[in-house]
Design a protein around this ligand. Sequence first.
Ligand SMILES: Nc1ncnc2c1ncn2[C@@H]1O[C@H](COP(=O)(O)OP(=O)(O)OP(=O)(O)O)[C@@H](O)[C@H]1O
Length: 236
Amino acid sequence: MSALLEVEHLQCAYGSSQVLFDIHFTVGEREVATLLGRNGMGKTTTVRAILGLTPPRGGTVRFLGERIDGRSPDRIARMGLALVPEGRQIFPNLTVEENLRAFAANRAGVAQPWTLERVYALFPRLKERRQNMGHQLSGGEQQMLAIGRALMTNPHLLVLDEATEGLAPLVREEIWRCLATLRGQRQAIMVIDKYVKRLVRLADRHTLIERGRVVWQGDSQQLAADEGLWVRYVGV
Ligand SMILES: Nc1ncnc2c1ncn2[C@@H]1O[C@H](COP(=O)(O)OP(=O)(O)OP(=O)(O)O)[C@@H](O)[C@H]1O
């Protein structure tokens, strides 16, 4: 399987404080990969570095075979890398429908691009709420909207930072169901979350990080078989 995203020796710092030392992993086409670790271990920083939001201090990031480290976030996004950020960051004063239309594009050049109707079929709740403003939505609805908005860009790779953090159990299940549907449609996804039980069913490959370093990599079968790893590195 050819790699969509290749991260090698990634290093990052905030001022003089280095937080990523040597992060490396790949995400293949049509693959679902995770990045796991306890709070503060560097997952968000890794995502921000890939997206160009926190420029790396060292290492390389390749997307679709091209070096993207050092490029602007806008240029990287336009190549087809879409982020569903921690905290969602939807537009509070636009309606659901306006949020979805705001960045619509066909970045991966797919034959059947995402449309409002397809997003509403994936999340019927958003259709019911389509005239509501972003700030009127619940946390779960905001997350659905953030995912829908990212899909409207037709990305090669969808990245979710804290996919279900802070959501009620039923809503969380809805997000997992949506991600499984996307996987069935062969959407490549990189997901950060703590629900290892769900992630071993959803994802192909996993990277565990601790204090800015990769401590384990393997497939779902290997991770499912070793709950000691979850306890030690994810804290579940
Ligand atoms: N803007 C910042 N300035 C200084 N230090 C930061 C900044 N953002 C994060 N850090 C530090 O970098 C380290 C890694 O943080 P990061 O947010 O990447 O971890 P994380 O694994 O995503 O954790 P969480 O799940 O809590 O978001 C932490 O020690 C954090 O305190």
